[in-house]
Design a protein around this ligand. Structure first.
Ligand SMILES: [Mn+2]
Length: 674
């Protein structure tokens, strides 16, 4: 009896001791690793960058490559000729230009082709070697060939806008327009040069224009901007120079297909408030082959980037592939009644460079009593460049333009644009310029609401009135880490250096879901991905699927902030986005305005700074090995911890054995004594 009691006491003492030791050890390990990490990070600053390089998701890599390409173009524009020895070292074979083309070229040929490709974003070297009047496959739906059109149709002026286009590409655009537009319908061609620096677009182009005009006086007009105005104001310049009743505004890297004009002019003649887009096919940027694109409407996502859409259900029901396709917006090239274009307010000339103006026009035309449609029987092939050479930071311009559209036209839905760009609705720090004239235009035209537009014209667009907060989920102990959707192909979220781009967008809904990554634009796109607890591991799963399968996708936040409808744990860095209604965790806006706010503590608490999400009622642990540098660090941390625990237990065991011997002997002796 005595023996048993003694053993029990010893065991419980051991347990208490080991427990305490563990806690001390764990705290110690936490402190040591924290220290090591801070020294490591401080001591080898380039190292995380290098690691970062390896870990970056696909999106980042692409963005980086684009940045690189843009730099290359910039260099080229600055006319810094590459030194011969540098040129020798160029990795020709790496370029996407040579994936499907140019294997048989000599090294010198490759060098020249690559240089041109980097400058133009398409294979200008090949374009220079293709005939200007090359034939195109007739890609119209078969019914188009049997259609008949009125004898008298309005004339059209075709406007080509360009900046530093390859001359052969521009000339092929002009040639195909002349060849494939009935002569009695084509009044003139207008070339708008947005201050190109290319020499060949000066003398050689003038030579060509003079030659054509010597046969047909005044047929080609050239408008040259003395400073760069951007593609939007260039289109308006072209429209100003046009004199035909209908104006077609096009990029200067297109090829017109047979019979493109008659269906368009017929539809405009029937109703001058129709703005028409042809159907586009692709001219591949590398080998200039024509790629047929499926028939599509033209729309946009909530960042207001334009995109192709599946034609609406009503169109499919017609079972007539020649029927016009109702379109919520425009991709960018369109044909319009010259007068009507002015009445409706041209394009928003307060926008910069490119992007968003086509979406704005679509929304405006619909809301103010007109319509937009795509014609399957009118086809234009267009070069989709591998990269756009217009500006260093196209995204910043598109975002600014998008905010102008949101503020003028989108009423309460403007919040969606701010959410999609992940910037606060107030004090975004982005100067969108003066919009009073555009607001006055809306009033003057007595336009309908954006809600009407969404319901009647663009019902495929998803509405997000249930989002009550958005931003990024930031690790409050290591504030440069954010929740990130990780590689596109996987459904495992990761912790990653905060970069404020789409993969780190986080949206919290009134139904307590957390969406991570891009806001799904339409019902035809994949659903949003929700943060889901799968066996205590965080996963990103389509919200509708997770809901149907009754997975754990609801997140409760236990701390109430005064103004938020949602309840927040302090691990969400909150910041008021719209007064009272929304709370957001805004990283990008913060960077731009330069203001800094205190970061509330606590997201990754816990011993050893394990990447545990302690937000809300659930505790999730991100698989340590999924997270790159941090993963290695935590793996090491974990291993050291286990090792220490093992040593501690071994030590205790030995201690226990040492302690036990006297007891045993005592027992033995006692036993003997009893
Ligand atoms: Mn284009």
């Amino acid at each position: 009896m005595v023996c048993t009691r003694k053993t029990k006491t010893l065991v419980s003492t051991c347990v208490i001791l080991s427990g305490m030791t563990n806690i001390i050890c764990l705290l110690y390990v936490g402190w040591v690793t924290n220290y090591i990490a801070s020294v490591y990070v401080r001591g080898q600053e380039p190292a995380p960058d290098k690691k970062l390089e390896e870990d970056k998701g696909d999106t980042l890599k692409i963005i980086e490559r684009l940045d690189h390409l843009e730099n290359v173009i910039k260099q080229h524009i600055q006319e810094a000729p590459a030194k011969p020895e540098e040129a020798e070292a160029e990795p020709f074979t790496d370029s996407s230009l040579f994936a499907h083309w140019g294997q048989e070229l000599s090294p010198e040929g490759r060098r020249v082709a690559l240089k041109q490709f980097q400058y133009y974003g398409y294979n200008a070297y090949l374009s220079d070697r293709l005939p200007l009047d090359r034939p195109l496959p007739d890609l119209r739906p078969s019914g188009c060939r049997n259609l008949s059109f009125p004898d008298s149709l309005p004339e059209v002026s075709i406007v080509f806008i360009f900046v530093n286009e390859a001359l052969s590409v521009l000339l092929r655009s002009i040639h195909s327009a002349i060849e494939r537009t009935p002569p009695h319908l084509l009044k003139e061609i207008i070339l708008v040069d947005d201050n190109s620096s290319n020499e060949e677009l000066k003398e050689k182009l003038t030579e060509y224009v003079d030659k054509v005009n010597s046969q047909k006086p005044g047929f080609i007009k050239v408008v040259r901007h003395s400073k760069q105005e951007g593609l939007i104001r260039s289109r308006v310049s072209g429209w100003r120079a046009a004199t035909a009743p209908v104006v077609a505004l096009f990029d200067a890297h297109v090829e017109f297909n047979v019979g493109w004009a008659e269906p368009v002019l017929t539809r405009i003649k029937e109703n001058r408030k129709r703005i028409i887009s042809p159907s586009f096919d692709n001219i591949k940027y590398d080998n200039f082959e024509i790629e047929e694109y499926p028939l599509a409407a033209q729309g946009f996502d909530w960042e207001l980037w334009c995109r192709y859409l599946n034609p609406p259900k009503a169109w499919w029901k017609l079972e007539n592939s020649t029927a016009p396709i109702r379109s919520p917006a425009l991709i960018g090239c369109f044909i319009v009644d010259r007068q009507y274009f002015q009445e409706i307010g041209l394009l928003d000339e307060g926008m910069e460079v490119y992007g968003g103006e086509n979406v704005e026009l679509g929304i405006r035309v619909w809301q103010c009593g007109g319509s937009v449609e795509v014609l399957p029987c009118s086809r234009i092939a267009h070069i989709e460049r591998a990269h756009k050479p217009y500006t260093e930071d196209l995204t910043a311009h598109v975002r600014r333009n998008a905010l102008r559209v949101a503020e003028v036209w989108m009423d309460e839905f403007k919040s969606h644009v701010y959410m999609a760009w992940n910037i606060p609705q107030e004090d975004s720090g982005i100067d969108i310029g003066d919009i009073t004239a555009r607001k006055a235009l809306r009033k003057q035209l007595q336009c309908k609401t954006f809600r009407w537009y969404l319901v009647s014209v663009y019902p495929e667009m998803r509405m997000y009135s249930d989002i009550i907060a958005y931003g990024v989920l930031q690790n409050s102990l290591k504030t440069d880490l954010c929740l990130d959707q990780g590689p596109d192909t996987e459904n495992v979220p990761i912790m990653y250096i905060c970069h404020g781009m789409t993969p780190q967008n986080v949206y919290y809904t009134s139904s307590q879901q957390i969406h991570v990554g891009i806001l799904s634009p339409t019902v035809d796109d994949d659903d949003n991905r929700c943060l889901v607890d799968v066996n205590s591991r965080p996963r990103l799963i389509e919200c509708s699927y997770a809901k149907a399968k009754r997975m754990k996708l609801h997140w409760q936040f236990s701390q109430v902030t005064a103004r938020a409808r949602a309840q927040w744990q302090p691990c969400w860095k909150t910041r008021s986005v719209a007064s009272g209604a929304r709370e957001g965790m805004e990283e990008r806006g913060r960077r731009e305005t330069g203001s800094s706010e205190a970061v509330a503590p606590g997201c990754f608490s816990g011993i050893c700074r394990s990447p545990t999400m302690c937000c809300g009622s659930r505790v999730l642990t991100i698989d340590p090995c999924d997270i790159g540098f941090e993963g290695v660090y935590y793996c090491c941390c974990f291993t050291i911890m286990i090792l220490l625990l093992y040593l501690i237990f071994r030590y205790k065991e030995t201690e226990a054995q040492r302690g036990e011997s006297p007891v045993q002997s005592l027992t033995a002796r006692g036993g003997a004594g009893i």
